[in-house]
Design a binder for this molecule. Structure first.
Ligand SMILES: Nc1ncnc2c1ncn2[C@@H]1O[C@H](COP(=O)(O)OP(=O)(O)O)[C@@H](O)[C@H]1O
Ligand SMILES: C[C@@](O)(CCOP(=O)(O)O)CC(=O)O
Ligand SMILES: [Mg+2]
Length: 387
């Protein structure tokens, strides 16, 4: 029996980091997906191994089921319909089954993804043998929510083959989960994100699960319908960074300057709310659109300034900002910062020639540019083995 799932990445339009501290943020899914294939062997296969193939990093893991039972004897008592948090001691235990695999230093961040995999797998499916293959169209560790898409696609696949979720095996093509199933996928994915991020807000797994455009605050989501075309250029600086370390750094800064940082987070809350109301308001003419775009550009500029205050900008991000500024365009980092990706608003009336020029100049700096479709579907599954 095989199921496949795919879950989208995201861009945060306003409010990253501050959202971890209770401020509002606005995010949209992007049409770049992480896919999971999960195959349970038939009883005749006599296979007693759990295999994980992470195609993007070229790593393969396999564990005899007996070893998993030894390390996580209690995981069979976990209930798939009731997501639970992996405690520090269990993380340490799981780390011991990674000892046999020499994960190269440059890929050490992958260990947290493998721990999240083992926690989600054993909690939802128990001690079954299986082969799991993960591949992604998203750059890993670049601010586009690959960790959340990984956890969402994985939780979706595991739940689809669990007894806790009712799915129709006979439908063809990509199918969305029902509302109740989406909620459960989202809650499990959040538990996986906790292992990878330390203290996630939940915005990334929520937008990857439900898709579209959302406002998110203190764990609650509001769906937004944009009344304007939001075209964003995404520039990957290719400077690697780790969300967990950046989120922890902002919390440390908050400990040192509690009042100042609280004011910064409050300002971001206003920015996100204003951002959401501008994109939702109706525009009657091209003039209205231009005015709205100017207001959005100012909000992006202020948000970027406040992210700098939080200590999460980077020389490479500043280079993108200066380059796009030469063309009168506004940019801000997206995701955790410290490198990773930057968003540039491409106004509706901007000529294709200018877009080409700015992309060319950014690429000359060694960056990678793309324009992704935003606000599409969330997690989906299929059983039909199609493309
Ligand atoms: N396709 C994937 N294969 C293996 N691990 C992945 C994959 N996608 C995400 N991960 C895990 O998520 C981590 C990156 O997450 P993070 O630092 O939050 O960056 P982002 O979510 O912005 O891409 C990786 O180091 C790895 O542990
Ligand atoms: C910085 C933060 O707001 C977003 C992190 O996104 P990413 O992992 O960099 O894609 C953290 C969070 O909300 O959990
Ligand atoms: Mg992440």
């Amino acid at each position: 029996m095989e199921v496949r799932t795919r879950a989208p990445g995201k861009i945060i339009l306003a409010g990253e980091h501050a959202v971890v501290h209770g401020s509002a943020a606005v995010a949209a899914s992007i049409a770049l997906y992480t896919s999971v294939s999960l195959r349970l062997p038939s009883p005749d296969d006599n296979d007693d191994t759990l295999r994980l193939h992470l195609m993007d990093v070229g790593l393969e893991f396999s564990w005899p089921i007996g070893k998993i039972k030894e390390i996580l004897p209690d995981s069979v008592n976990n209930i798939a319909s009731s997501p639970s948090t992996c405690c520090e001691e269990t993380i340490k235990l799981i780390l011991t089954v990674l000892d046999d695999f020499k994960i190269p230093e440059a890929k050490s961040g992958i260990a947290s993804g493998v721990i999240a995999f083992l926690w989600l797998y054993t909690s939802i499916l128990g001690n079954k043998a299986a082969k799991v293959i993960v591949s992604s169209e998203l750059p890993l560790g670049a601010g586009l929510g690959s960790s959340a898409a990984f956890c969402v696609a994985l939780s979706g696949a595991l739940l689809a083959l669990s007894d806790s979720v009712d799915v129709d095996f006979d439908q063809e093509g990509w199918v969305s989960f029902g509302e109740k199933e989406q909620q459960l996928v989202n809650r499990w994915a959040f538990e996986g994100e906790k292992i990878i991020h330390g203290k996630p807000s939940g915005i990334d797994n929520t937008v990857s699960t439900f898709g579209n455009l959302i406002k998110f605050k203190s764990g609650a989501l509001t769906c937004i319908k944009s009344n304007m075309v939001l075209k964003m250029l995404i520039t990957n600086t290719k400077v690697g960074r780790n969300t967990k370390a950046l989120v922890a750094g902002v919390s440390e800064r908050k400990k040192r300057h509690p009042d100042t940082m609280t004011s910064v987070f409050t300002a971001v809350d206003f920015i996100s709310n204003e951002f959401a109301s501008i994109i939702q308001s109706t525009s009657f003419s091209d003039d209205d659109v231009v005015k709205k775009e100017h207001r959005i550009q100012e909000l992006m500029e202020m948000n970027q300034g406040l992210l700098r205050c939080m200590g999460v900008s980077h020389a490479s991000i500043e280079t993108v900002l200066q380059t796009t500024c030469k063309y009168d365009l506004t940019s801000k980092l997206t995701g955790a910062g410290g490198g990773g990706c930057v968003l540039t608003l491409l106004p509706a009336l901007l000529s294709a020639t200018v877009i080409d020029k700015v992309i060319k100049e950014l690429e000359q700096c060694g960056f990678q540019c793309f324009i992704a479709e935003i606000g599409g579907n969330g997690v989906q599954f299929r059983f039909d083995g199609g493309p």
